[in-house]
Design a binder for this molecule. Structure first.
Ligand SMILES: [Zn+2]
Length: 287
């Protein structure tokens, strides 16, 4: 019987593909000229997948699955030369390799996260996407764009909520939806494409339509995507480290408890031996 895939075995699959130089961007799977199987970040983890739909829950939440191709594809492309050496060496100088190494490493550890932990991470991440999209939009939006003040207001309200790990209110959601519609109605010129992105992020953040968020951030320039990917990985790494530290602390407390009770047993045994009455008994026989 096949063992169901969990995050640890998925991370092993992922790291094998990454180490062997078989990870690709822009397609789920491919075959190299030499016949080797090439896989994207998601398909490497969930072997052979050609969609992120129906991701096994033991591997990662669906929203993280939907985000995974973006982590692979949206940032700066690999800058390694053919003889760049080991994965760890590559990760020192290449952003793409560094991000994927961090992703695979934290995947092997993220089973310690609760559903609430993930909700908090994803809200904060969506908040950051919102901030990033708005900042980029502000650079290119025409100063007199009639839709801009409402996009700005709605996006800020949404991102403030999300960055605190809270879900935006219905009123804030309605504002964002209205602002997004205004942008669409204005048929923004290419220069203002970021305003549309900002509005879509604001809207998607509220609707929790994950795919729309990723689609919006996907359009981000590679440098913006690099910063967002780094932010997402940092959120996950920090939450995992916090959970692991709490587990270590609980184990430490338990060990102290066990040692203290052993000491008490040891003392009582020593007392009985010293009083001479049970000198010929093996210590193991004493209670
Ligand atoms: Zn590289």
């Amino acid at each position: 019987m096949m063992t169901p895939l969990d995050n640890i075995s998925a991370a092993e699959n992922f790291m094998t593909v990454l180490r062997e130089g078989r990870m690709i961007r822009g397609a789920y799977n491919d075959i190299a000229d030499d016949g080797r199987h090439l896989a994207c970040a998601y398909s490497a983890a969930v072997s052979g997948a050609d969609t992120t739909k129906n991701c096994p829950a033991a591997v990662m939440p669906q929203e993280v699955a939907d985000l995974t191709p973006w982590i692979d594809d949206a940032g700066t492309a690999c800058t390694c030369s053919a003889d760049s050496g080991s994965l760890e060496d590559r990760a020192k100088t290449c952003t793409w390799h560094r991000n994927l190494l961090r992703y695979g490493t934290v995947m092997a550890r993220w089973h310690v996260l609760s559903p609430d932990d993930w909700t908090g991470i994803l809200r904060r991440f969506r908040g950051k996407c919102c901030v990033s999209a708005l900042a980029s939009a502000a650079k290119v939006v025409p100063p007199d764009a009639p839709y801009w003040p409402s996009v700005q207001k709605a996006s800020i309200a949404i991102s403030d909520r999300l960055l605190r790990g809270e879900e935006p209110s219905e009123a804030e959601a309605a504002e964002a939806a209205k602002a997004a519609k205004a942008v669409v109605a204005a048929r923004v010129a290419r220069a203002a494409v970021w305003a549309a992105v900002a509005a879509r992020v604001a809207l998607a953040a509220v609707c929790a339509a994950a795919a729309a968020v990723w689609a919006a951030t996907w359009a981000a320039r590679a440098a913006d995507a690099d910063a967002l990917i780094d932010h997402f990985l940092t959120l996950v790494e920090t939450a995992v480290a916090k959970r692991e530290a709490a587990t270590r602390e609980a184990m430490r407390a338990e060990m102290i408890g066990i040692n203290q009770s052993r000491n008490r047993v040891g003392k009582s045994r020593a007392g009985r031996l010293l009083d001479g009455r049970e000198w010929n008994e093996m210590p193991g026989a004493l209670t």
